[in-house]
Write a protein that binds this ligand. Structure first.
Ligand SMILES: Cc1ncc(COP(=O)(O)O)c(C=O)c1O
Length: 424
């Protein structure tokens, strides 16, 4: 996948900048007994900087009212929601804020999208999903089998990548939707979107991209990706819990969405049911503005491209360091494609022979180290690799993580492995 770095003149992001950034995240000062908490659980949701917390508080203090009123506070909320759409349009490289819809989270929005697309399908139409995806980009499509759609699944290869030949075989003249994640939240794989796009275009299918994991780690450009729909979630990139749907210009207006006759009928509103979480949307704008401060450029868009590029490289170095240290342990297996040459998300999942992932995560938690164990809702990956019983131990790196935290993690795992070998 191309990393979109046009017009970018990067400023550095090293341990020095990271130390500065850490001051912005109050949660990083939390302790567990004698240990400072190490938040190595970013793929499950990142911490938020003060700027985001302040923006949400300001929303509650200044204008906690609904849209549609004739009074100042209501007009201010309308303006704040528009600012959030604009911020996300800059983040994704969308042509305009009119392509950005919001919802409570990605899963809910994807169900809403699936309901809308389903109304354009007939029994026998086919949908292609993948074994690599999070259930949020499988479940809504699998449900359409109840309406007579045929759901086909692209196989995951032993290398942690989707099998390209199998992918091509799943797509037929009846394929109407290809739903694919850009990056795997369990294995860190960055998928071959060019293949998915060319197959979708060949048969005239809609291309739906889950960018929840990808958006946290790479610059995004929906126009260059040339996808029809793209979803992400702000809590994975230092913002609050808000789901985002980008729709190709004009496309959402053609769909029959679940919407009330009393609501705005045009895009981007027509897929937004009920009242949005307005103060939280102010936090979304703040998260995007915060990310932009770490990049160079003359516009927020170019600053974001620059920032995401340098953060990606910083996080990649941490992931590479961790992978190389942990690979020295006996009985360890790192799942997913190698970190180099990449592109690869900075998310590293391992198994340790004879030690279930929950046991490892519990031991690390006692040392103030937060990592995830299990399937992380990407359960099909674990089924494909027969790992459901013991699970994966997943570490994900964010802009505020440090090499010292990796050293603590490796040391904690070393203790555990040594103990297990004594007990054996
Ligand atoms: C790759 C991926 N897709 C989708 C989701 C679901 O996102 P949300 O929690 O916003 O519904 C997640 C959440 O972990 C994810 O990692």
């Amino acid at each position: 996948m191309t990393v979109f770095l046009t017009e970018v003149n990067s400023m550095p992001y090293t341990a020095t900048e990271c130390a500065r950034a850490r001051q912005d995240f109050p949660a990083l000062a939390r302790r567990h007994g004698e240990h400072t908490l190490a938040f190595l659980d970013g793929p499950g949701g990142t911490q938020v900087p003060n700027r985001v917390i302040d923006a949400i508080s300001e929303g509650y203090r200044r204008c906690n009212v609904n849209v549609g009123g004739m009074f100042d506070t209501s007009l201010e909320v309308v303006e704040e929601v528009a600012k959030a759409r604009h911020a996300i349009a800059d983040f994704l490289g969308a042509p305009s804020p009119a392509e950005i819809s919001f919802g409570p989270n990605m899963t809910t929005l994807n169900f809403a999208l699936s309901h809308a697309l389903a109304r354009a399908l007939v029994p026998g139409d086919e949908i292609v999903i993948t074994q690599l995806d999070h259930e949020a980009n499988r479940g809504p499509w699998l449900k359409l089998a109840e309406r007579g759609c045929v759901v086909r699944e692209v196989r995951l290869g032993p290398d942690g990548c989707l099998d390209p030949d199998n992918f091509a075989r799943q797509v037929t003249s009846r394929t109407r939707i290809i739903a694919i994640g850009l990056a795997s939240n369990s294995l860190g794989t960055v998928t071959a979107l060019a293949l998915a796009r060319s197959l979708a275009r060949m048969v005239g299918a809609w291309l739906v991209c889950d960018a929840v994991h990808y958006a946290a780690h790479f610059p995004l450009d929906v126009q260059a990706l040339d996808c029809d729909f793209l979803l992400c979630s702000a809590y994975k990139f230092y913002g609050p819990h808000i789901g985002v749907l980008y729709s190709r210009p004009g496309l959402l207006d053609q769909l029959q969405t679940d919407c009330l006759r009393t609501q705005k009928q045009e895009a981007p509103y027509r897929i937004e049911t009920g009242t949005l979480n307005h103060p939280t949307l102010m936090g979304v704008t703040a998260a995007i503005d915060y990310l932009a401060t770490w990049g160079n450029g003359t516009t927020r868009r170019t600053q974001l491209l620059s920032a995401m590029g340098v953060l990606a490289s910083y996080e990649h170095d941490l992931a590479r360091y961790y992978a190389s240290e942990v690979s020295k342990f006996p009985g360890v297996r790192i799942w997913g494609p190698p970190l180099d040459p990449g592109p690869r998300a900075p998310t590293v999942s391992i198994t340790l022979e004879g030690i279930p992932a929950t046991q490892a995560a519990t031991h690390l938690a006692s040392l103030g180290i937060q990592v995830w164990a299990g399937h992380f809702y990407a359960v099909r990956v674990l089924e494909a690799y027969d790992l459901v019983k013991d699970g994966l131990l997943r570490t994900g790196f964010a802009m505020y993580n440090t090499r010292e935290e990796v050293d603590r993690l490796v040391q904690g795992l070393r203790q555990l492995v040594a103990r297990a070998s004594v007990a054996a």
